[in-house]
Design a protein around this ligand. Sequence first.
Ligand code: MOS
Length: 745
Amino acid sequence: MSPAIGLAVDRVDARPKVSGTARYTGEVTVPGLVHAVLVGARVANGRITRIDASAAESAGGLIAVLTHHDLPRIVGQPQLLPSLAGLPAPGQSFFPMQADVVHYAGQPVAVVVASTIEAAEHAASLIEVDYAQSPANTVLDQVRDQAYVPEKIFGGMLPGRMSRGDVDGALGQAQLRLDETYAFAANHQNPLEPSVTTAIWDDVDRVTVYDSTQGPTATQLTVAHLLGLPPTQVKVISEFVGGSFGAKAMIWPHVTLAALAARQLGRPVRLTLSREQMFHSCGHREEQEHRVSLGARPDGRLTALRHQKVSVTSQFDDWAETSLQSPAVLYDIPNYEGIYRVAKANTITPTFMRAPGEATGVFSLESAMDELSVRIGVDPLELRMRNIADHDPTTGHPWSSHGLRDCLQRGAELFGWQHRDARPGTRREGNWLIGSGLALAAYPQVAPPNPQRARARLYSDGSAQIEAGVSEFGTGVLTAMTQVAADGLGLPVDRVRFVGGSSDLPNITAAVGSAGTGAVSAAVHLAATSLRDQLIRQAIADTRSPLHGADPGSVTVTDGRMMLRDRPDTADGYADLLGRSLIPDVETLGVWTPPPPDPGYGMHTFGAQFAEVAVDAELRLIRVRRMVGVFAPGRVLNRRTAHSQLMGGMLWGLSQALLEATHMDPALGRWANPSFNDYLVPVNADAPDVVVDTIEVSDTVVNPLGVKGVGEIGVVGVAAAIANAIHHATGRRVRRLPIMLEELL
Ligand code: MOS
């Protein structure tokens, strides 16, 4: 590989972002633009009996109040499918404002359009809506009795129950048994940029949509399906997105509502969600409980695991985040059963949020493993080593790449684990009780089900442009893909421009499930290398080229110059070749066909997390003092952006462990803390010393460059490492996230 891959190249979007020229969806200048805001239902269950807009109509600047009475109906019905599927990806199988029914609080009941956003917000505050209210269930305690095992979860992609071996028998015979329940508050993603959509109709049947999305094509296909238009008549542009964390992975109703309103009014409409509306409009991590039943031999070898989850879902979808998949592959356990139960409540369909499922499921199992290690007096690291699965225990297949034991060992060295006294509550510094904990991490490597495409174009000035319809929501994809293309073409990084952010460009999958970089890098690599090969063949065929007649396999390209190894006299430049042939540019499409659903290998990313905490002996304040995370994400394309993502993920883990909770008020059926005042996220002062390291495992299965994701593995296991450290510091085991200091008093 040429040196471009792996380097800590500066972000290509750094300058536009810090200088303010990077354009976000809400900043696009559109002549004649009007502004829309949503009015959300104040009740969680019922029917709309009256909407009175008379006060709003006398307010200044109002253009229209659209309700289910006058908004045109959608044509295609939404059906829940993950946005990775390359198909329409609505966030739920229900579209609001089609009738008077209300299924959840915050469900849009009116779109208010005005000349400015301030006027729209003011007018929206004056709309009076009356409801015939029905009793609403919104928390797990109200619906637990009605929970059922769905045949499928995750948009029909995964079964509701999985098993191998004889888990009843093995648990019955186990010499050691552990049965514990772990509970999780609902969480919201809270990206810095709230979702914004701008819809501009060219005429009655062709619309351009600027959208904050993780996948321009996913938005295009969803809006086209719901409006009953061919995809060619819906163009989606998303140049920069101000974070997402899963909130913009699926396409939520406000996007299509903006398009409907713009068509109805015959004007460009920008619909902006308020911070509060972000809590009601884009899904969330559902409230859930896990019961973990472990069977083990006295030496800690695991014989059985039953992992049961029960969670809250909407009236219309069997959504459960995939909490059971990753814990099921960490350890070599012959007898296993995983069961999802869901209970319908009055909520929007839950959705992806920062390691959706892995962050909760691994917390449960890795807390239980810590409990087992304390019970049998085996060091937590040693207990893991005795049980780690060196092949995929769910299928018996080999791993495409693993590296988990190395991660654990490297992490232990970096952290200084070997000096640990295992007895809880023995280390004290002044008023602080000090403890340390560890946990493993796993995240699935999901292959998109369809071909992924990118285009590479070389111009006669020797520069290249690479195109794929990705969105840059903070991951660093533009930078990493510039490196991949430079590497494949044999060009310096500064001669390559990567362009994304439009549904007109090649490629299809949204960047979800930490699979974006793997998928796009595969297509970009294939596009760049096939363009390079095409140019080499062209030079060899050209009688004017010093390479005429050469063996194509012996030609290398560096700095845009093709030549035989160690033969500068044979050099021919890309620019020279195109210039003398009067060809302004050449281009090639790279098409990557991902591995099939069962490629004969287990595909996961692994890691190990370590945390040290200090707990105030009287006040029980919890401080995370340092964290170490070591991961094996395959090939690292850019050391700086990859490590930044992993570090960010570890801070999400701190946040999950100690801060993040959205509280439902069951009396009102609404979230009680939908603001940055009341929904706690960490700030710099909360961030401890974080050490990130990677182990580069070679993977020839997942994709051509062997790239596994770094987007979310960083969060997995952190909360368990922190909870285990709190137990070590205090002797107190907390089985509920976030961990509140009250529980330690
Ligand atoms: Mo990511 S939370 O899988 O969009």
